[in-house]
Design a protein around this ligand. Sequence first.
Ligand SMILES: [Zn+2]
Length: 177
Amino acid sequence: MAEGDSILSDFNERGMGAVLGSSRLAGDAAGILLTIQGSLETGNAGQFQDAVVGLIEGRQPLKTVIVDLSQVTYISSMGVGALATISKLVAERQGVFKLQGVSPRMRELFRQLGFLEIFQMADEPDSSGTAPASVFPLTMACRRCGKPLQVPRPGRFRCRSCGAVFGVDAAGAKRWD
Ligand SMILES: [Zn+2]
């Protein structure tokens, strides 16, 4: 068993009111996915933070840390504070910290505590890093006249200079009539 996982086992064996799990992120060998089941509150937030910090410190290099909150039944402001502390530590180590499975109630708590802006959500389309980068707006040269063209989105367009008609698909591939 890896050292990091034994840190989580210690937390789990002490009956902290929550169960922590860790697994590797698919496609990112240096990334970890942490799952929390149960409640994260005043009584266990400190130990939770210690366990996760121990896990992170045992991983070098560290890339992405995603914490899945979908099985959290209750989170207090102390629990949110622990997540914020972990987020800061990951950022200091040039890693990316994200939350997933955040319920509307949790989101409202994050907002009230002023943490909504600092937490990146892994399962929202506008979060950076997970969605493939768009190729648009695309700058290209007209195949017929060579003038530069700015393509704002996928579709069919006509060169303003020479009238050549072309299509661009979502991946940025061009097709000339
Ligand atoms: Zn042209």
